[in-house]
Design a protein. Structure first.
Length: 496
């Protein structure tokens, strides 16, 4: 059969309606059989017009009784036995389908409605074809089959949400608290979370005072607390010579001493307490070495003497050395992690190294918590190139020679009386992203200077959950410290 352009016009003959629908086949072979008897009851009037000049044929079917075009289309499909089409079009007016399409629809008043089903119903489709598409009513998304699995047809509508604020906001909180206006409640999904803001971390001052008279009173209280601890055992006058001592409170009658090496074993307890309390003087021989194992720590070790304390050259010892009524003299090249305290007597040290323990002691040191050397009544002297980490003070007496060549004091020297210190403080600010009250891993950043803060994280959000930005300042004590933030924006971009 010769190929030709055939236009099929399906329209109602009712005068009350002027709407028409057109079904077009471009360059097609049409073989049909029509039964007049079957059409008689529907009162079809068929007219065929030939347009030989354009080598076209048109079939116009006028339908009475105002039947909808869909019924006519179905009727034609029943009586047209075979249709071979290169292109087909459906529209509200006559069109010629685009040559590149197998099927074209044109309308400005209606849409295309594809099959709608739940996820469970979709998954029951047997052997879905590659490219098969449905609308998923469970997820409210279009799905397509890629030959091996169902996938989401990406949509970029509402793909991001954000919160912005420009008013300055401040905090003095040392615990994470909400940055003003920085809360977003997106829908369920996976999001890249991004925060950007302009922070201000002004420097400030910390004004403190130290009164050596108050320290003297506190020193008495510290001594009272130590000797009030219940005794657990006794010990001979001499420690060392390779011995290992377990935690406990030991009383020693007479002058105690250490010779050689001594090991203090905490037994796996980081709070293990060692108190060696003698009734007379306390001395170490040159080269004495006290080592700590299994949790024993300098802040919980106390060497208490009623009288003077003297350490031989090159002694290495841990803990607080406390004389109730005598001087403390430390020989050359000694290393001490602890404190030298006396209620009545002079202190001399060096050259050597004296450092404050880093952890909190089991005993409350009150106003002396930062001091490594203090005497309630006596002078304090340094010898040579010593290194001190901690504060030094006396309530009565001179403090001398700490400006010697090679001497370093990482702390403050308090002469007798009241000292007021003004220290410049540079606070730190920490910003973090939170999802429903839980820190988003690795999202926190800490600043020490005013700058632009930039945070990013990934959040898998459930319906109703919130994304927030929180911040805090460090715990440094200052007179009026605070941190500020100005222009800021929190943006969530959905990813799939």
């Amino acid at each position: 059969m010769k190929k030709s352009l055939i236009g099929v016009s399906l329209s109602s003959s009712s005068s009350s309606s002027s709407s028409s629908s057109y079904l077009h086949f471009k360059r097609c072979q049409l073989m049909y059989r029509l039964s007049i008897k079957q059409l008689k009851l529907m009162e079809f009037k068929i007219s065929i017009s030939n347009y030989n000049a354009r080598r076209n044929s048109a079939i116009k079917v006028n339908i009475k009784n105002n039947l909808v075009p869909l019924i006519v289309l179905v009727t034609l499909m029943i009586f047209v036995q075979t249709i071979y089409a290169q292109s087909m079009g459906i529209s509200s007016g006559a069109i010629t389908p685009d040559a590149s399409s197998i099927f074209e629809m044109r309308t400005t008043t209606k849409g295309l409605l594809i099959p709608r089903m739940k996820t469970t119903e979709r998954d029951l489709i047997n052997s879905p074809a590659n490219g098969l598409m449905i609308y998923n009513t469970t997820t409210k998304q279009f799905n397509f089959y890629n030959g091996s699995s169902w996938n989401i047809l990406l949509s970029y509508s509402n793909s991001f949400t954000s919160a912005t604020a420009g008013a300055d906001h401040s905090t003095t909180s040392t615990a994470d608290t909400l940055v003003g206006g920085m809360t977003v409640t997106p829908g369920a999904g996976t999001y890249v979370v991004h925060f950007n803001g302009q922070s201000d971390i002004p420097s400030t001052n910390s004004t403190t005072t130290f009164n050596t008279a108050t320290a003297k009173t506190d020193l008495d209280s510290i001594y009272t607390d130590i000797v009030a601890v219940t005794v657990t055992g006794t010990h001979g006058l001499t420690f060392g010579s390779g011995d290992t001592l377990t935690a406990g409170v030991y009383t020693i009658t007479g002058a105690m001493s250490i010779a050689g090496s001594l090991t203090l074993d905490g037994g796996g307890n980081s709070n293990a307490l060692f108190i060696m309390r003698g009734s007379a003087a306390f001395n170490t021989s040159a080269g004495t070495n006290v080592t700590l194992i299994n949790g024993a720590s300098p802040e919980n070790i106390y060497w208490i003497a009623q009288n003077a304390i003297g350490l031989g050259a090159s002694t290495v010892i841990q803990g607080t050395l406390f004389s109730n009524n005598g001087a403390i003299a430390v020989g050359a090249a000694c290393t001490i992690t602890g404190r030298l305290l006396t209620k009545a007597g002079a202190l001399s040290f060096g050259p050597g190294t004296l450092s404050l323990p880093t952890d909190t002691s089991s005993i409350n040191f009150r106003s002396l918590i930062t001091l490594i050397m203090y005497t309630a009544s006596g002078a304090i002297a340094n010898t040579g190139a010593s290194t001190y980490t901690g504060d030094i003070g006396t309530n009565l007496g001179a403090i001398t020679a700490f400006t010697a060549v090679g001497c370093t004091v990482n702390g403050t020297i308090y002469q007798a009386g009241l000292t007021t210190l003004v220290t410049r403080i540079y606070h730190k600010a920490t910003f973090s992203l939170y999802q429903n009250g839980v820190l988003i891993p690795n999202s926190a950043r800490t600043l020490i200077n005013s700058s632009i803060i930039d945070l990013q994280g990934i959040a898998i959000v459930q319906a109703g959950e919130t994304i927030e930005v929180k911040w805090r300042m460090d715990k440094q004590i200052s007179d009026n410290g605070q941190i500020d933030i100005g222009n800021r924006i929190l943006t969530l971009t959905e990813v799939r």
